[in-house]
Design a protein around this ligand. Structure first.
Ligand SMILES: Nc1ncnc2c1ncn2[C@@H]1O[C@H](COP(=O)(O)OP(=O)(O)OP(=O)(O)O)[C@@H](O)[C@H]1O
Length: 327
């Protein structure tokens, strides 16, 4: 694995203009991103994600710490290192709303010194890839939010930089467009050999797209691990039992003793019982309790843990939580 971005001991404090109060946005952030990786940068509101992203793409200067892009320190070799990075920070705000889709692409390509003729093929390729060909002459302000977002990512692709930073790429998109954007990002990494860092609150993005995630809370990293490792680490054996009727008082008593954290929702027609097992063998104890009475069991379903639950679990303890790392 070849590291393309190395972030070491970043720190950034803001001073509020009016009150002069200090905000320690990033207190200690270090992580590495490998070439060809899709890394999810997560954290609750105000955790320091945008500040970190802005420091990586050179929009903010850290108070201390270093950022290396392709082996180049982004403060000492600012121009050379930033050449390797493109960023889509506020999605559609990166675009010119009174220009058409193609004009936006031509404008931003021109900004990088390329002539209209030189980039025509590249623009056609991007329009095709981002399924925007039939909208190429549409004004950006007439496009849906999803199309604007796709165009903003296409603009970032023009630079042919190794790394693309995306802040909330699926924010405000409907389910279908969110899926399409995720699909596109996957293709970008696969077909164009790019590295992507995504700051997001969208857990579908993480579960579906990111190989690794760095979770920040109150300016510090609390988790840096592969998504599949975290899924395994938090894979609690959680079951939902559906009954056609009620549990007896004795059954409820036994459940309380054996599974103190269970949740029982009684209903004369259809009751629900949710149980977390510490070990898989405990399922036999559950069966023993259920078969004590003749109440029919309609189904026993294993609940799968999703990334949202994992995320909540990791951040709810705040900065005192030990760093979660399974490997
Ligand atoms: N220009 C600024 N001046 C003062 N405080 C700021 C400034 N920008 C950000 N902050 C504060 O720094 C902290 C980190 O903010 P940041 O935007 O990096 O968090 P975030 O993780 O991206 O949050 P969100 O998910 O809400 O976008 C927050 O407390 C925020 O209020």
């Amino acid at each position: 694995m070849e590291p393309i971005i190395e972030v070491k001991n970043l720190m950034k404090t803001y001073k509020k203009r009016r009150t002069k109060e200090l905000v320690h946005a990033v207190t200690d952030v270090s992580f590495t991103v490998n070439r060809g990786e899709i890394l999810g940068l997560l954290g609750p509101n105000g955790a320091g994600k945008t500040t970190t992203i802005k420091m990586i793409c050179g929009l903010l200067i850290p108070d201390s710490g270093t950022i290396t892009v392709n082996g180049l320190n982004n403060q000492k070799k600012r121009f050379d290192s930033l050449r390797h990075i493109s960023a889509v920070l506020e999605g559609n705000r990166n675009l010119y709303w009174r220009l058409t889709v193609r004009e936006n692409l031509e404008y931003f390509a021109g900004n990088r010194g390329a002539s209209r003729k030189e980039v025509a093929g590249k623009i056609d390729d991007l329009l095709e890839k981002f399924r925007l060909k039939d909208k190429e002459n549409e004004l950006v302000n007439r496009l849906s939010r999803g199309m604007q977002q796709k165009l903003a990512i296409a603009v970032a692709m023009l630079a042919e930089s190794d790394v693309i930073l995306l802040d909330e790429p699926t924010l405000g998109l409907d389910v279908e467009t969110g899926y399409e954007v995720r699909q596109l990002l996957r293709e970008i990494v696969r077909d164009y050999n790019r590295t992507i860092i995504i700051s997001t609150h969208d857990m579908d993005v993480v579960q579906d797209l990111c190989e690794r995630t760095v979770i920040v809370n109150q300016g510090k990293i609390v988790t840096d691990d592969r998504v599949e490792n975290l899924m395994k680490l938090f894979d609690i054996r959680s079951y939902t039992v559906t009954l056609s009727g009620l549990l007896s008082a004795q059954q409820q008593q036994l459940l309380l003793q054996q599974f103190p954290n269970h949740v029982y929702t009684p209903d004369t027609v259809q009751s629900k019982l949710e149980v977390d097992l510490a070990k898989s063998e405990e399922i036999y104890n559950l069966f023993d309790v259920l078969k004590m009475e003749a109440t029919p069991v309609e189904s026993i379903d294993r609940n799968t843990v999703n990334f949202e639950q994992i995320f909540m679990q990791i951040v709810k303890g705040g900065t005192n939580d030990a760093m979660v790392k399974s490997s």
